[in-house]
Design a binder for this molecule. Structure first.
Ligand SMILES: [Zn+2]
Ligand SMILES: [Zn+2]
Length: 245
């Protein structure tokens, strides 16, 4: 029995090796082929990632102009429903292209590196956030069927596995299509999203981290947080890969 287990493991390892030789991993940022047994991102891209590193707004995680300021201009003017949020990168250059390829080009192979970035960002905050579960900004069933996957859900699942916090798929659902928000003003985004999300009782009394790929004005995260809070969630935290600066 033990021997079979070892044989199985050996076979799995060899299969993994054969697969990485057949389909070598790509750098998520520049999409060049990486060494199958090397790092998840090439050294050149790793050295110039658009990290959000300076003093951050305590609400949305955007850089603020001076350490004396707690909130950014946006958060001063437009209070958010979620309690606190963070993002890894500015939505620009190679990282922006990576997100677009993930969404439109079926590059699910990038999710492992992206999930790692999100995990590194959220890890130090766990003692403060005390999250009970992880959710993703949902898509309507129809849109997910058409795309085949929801990139926010893939990222959330990676974070859930690394942080060992349960991912609750049905905790948050999107009831209706809201169209492309890109050209809409902040007020129009909020109106467009009103009542689009619904949260289940699983969120009641819980602290929830909601994962998304891009944070723009925060309207989507606020609509998600609003549904979660209506369902009784205690705290809602936003964790996004990118933030539109
Ligand atoms: Zn690269
Ligand atoms: Zn802010």
């Amino acid at each position: 029995m033990k021997k079979n287990g070892m044989d199985q493991r050996l076979l799995t390892d060899r299969l993994g090796t054969a697969l990485s030789l057949l389909y070598p991993p790509h750098c998520p940022v520049c999409d060049r082929i990486l060494s199958p047994f090397g790092r998840k991102i090439c050294a050149e891209c790793a050295g110039k990632l658009p990290y959000i590193t300076e003093t951050k707004c305590i609400k949305c995680g955007r850089e603020v102009s001076s350490s004396a300021r707690l909130l950014c201009d946006e958060c001063t003017r437009y209070p958010h429903v979620f309690d606190q949020g963070l993002a890894c990168f500015y939505y620009t250059g190679g990282v922006q292209q990576a997100v677009l390829r993930l969404k439109r080009g079926d590059r699910r192979d990038y999710v492992c590196w992206m999930g790692e970035c999100l995990t590194r960002l959220a890890g130090p905050l766990l003692p403060v956030w005390k999250p009970d579960l992880i959710a993703a900004v949902p898509m309507t069933k129809r849109k997910k069927r058409a795309r085949g996957y929801n990139q926010a859900e893939l990222l959330a699942r990676e974070v859930s596995t690394s942080l060992q916090i349960p991912f609750e798929k049905d905790c948050l659902i999107k009831k209706r299509e809201t169209g492309d928000q890109k050209e809409l003003s902040r007020a129009m985004r909020t109106r467009n999203l009103a009542g689009a999300f619904e949260a289940s009782g699983k969120a009641a009394g819980r602290n929830v981290i909601v994962v998304d790929d891009v944070f723009t004005t925060g309207s989507t995260m606020d609509a998600a947080a609003s549904a979660l809070k209506q369902a009784g969630a205690h705290k809602v935290y936003s964790l996004c890969l990118c933030l539109v600066g």
